[in-house]
Write a protein that binds this ligand. Structure first.
Ligand code: ROI
Length: 157
């Protein structure tokens, strides 16, 4: 299965945090890293106070089910001392499954396509960089999705 994961960090050397998470993904037997976008800097969403974020998107090929992939993402977050303090708070690392093949998944732990992805330039811009012709199940082409949002606020490193 092909899947896309969004990575974000705004604490403790964000670039190193994202690189470490990518290394963990590629070192896992269940996942093969196929492509990684550039890194993009942006202000915290909703003007929440805190350091700027660094974001990237990667494409993987995986044998894992969506739930097992979620477990892997959460293990990586924990291994990088992610602390869940407040909702929307700063974080050392965040891994979101954006797309899992063309599947639509909705249960207590997982919503795919990621429900907020389509509103966020820091997700759509790097995804478009590595997969300009991808379609979101139910939601349409990334090109059309990108036209609806403000892209000025993400800067490629
Ligand atoms: N803001 C930006 N710019 N990048 C993120 O990855 C990010 N992640 C989040 C919240 C707190 C919503 N804001 C963000 O989870």
């Amino acid at each position: 299965m092909l899947a896309y994961i969004g990575l974000g960090s705004n604490l403790k050397d964000p670039k190193a945090q994202i690189k470490r998470a990518l290394a963990s993904l590629s070192n896992n037997d269940g996942a093969k890293l196929i492509n990684v976008s550039s890194f993009y800097e942006s202000k915290p969403l909703l003007e929440i106070p805190g350091p700027n974020y660094l974001n990237a998107v990667c494409k993987i090929e995986t044998k894992l089910s969506a739930i097992d992939l979620l477990d892997l993402c959460q293990e990586i977050e924990e291994s990088q001392q992610r602390v869940r303090e407040v909702k929307w708070g700063s974080r050392t690392i965040d891994l979101d499954i954006l797309l899992y093949g063309e599947q639509v998944i909705s249960n207590k732990r997982l919503s795919i396509p990621h429900p907020e992805a389509i509103n966020r330039a820091f997700v759509l811009v790097p995804l478009f960089e590595i997969e300009p012709s991808i379609k979101f199940p139910l939601l349409g082409s990334i090109k059309d999705l990108l036209e609806r949002i403000d892209k000025l606020d993400v800067n490629k490193l």
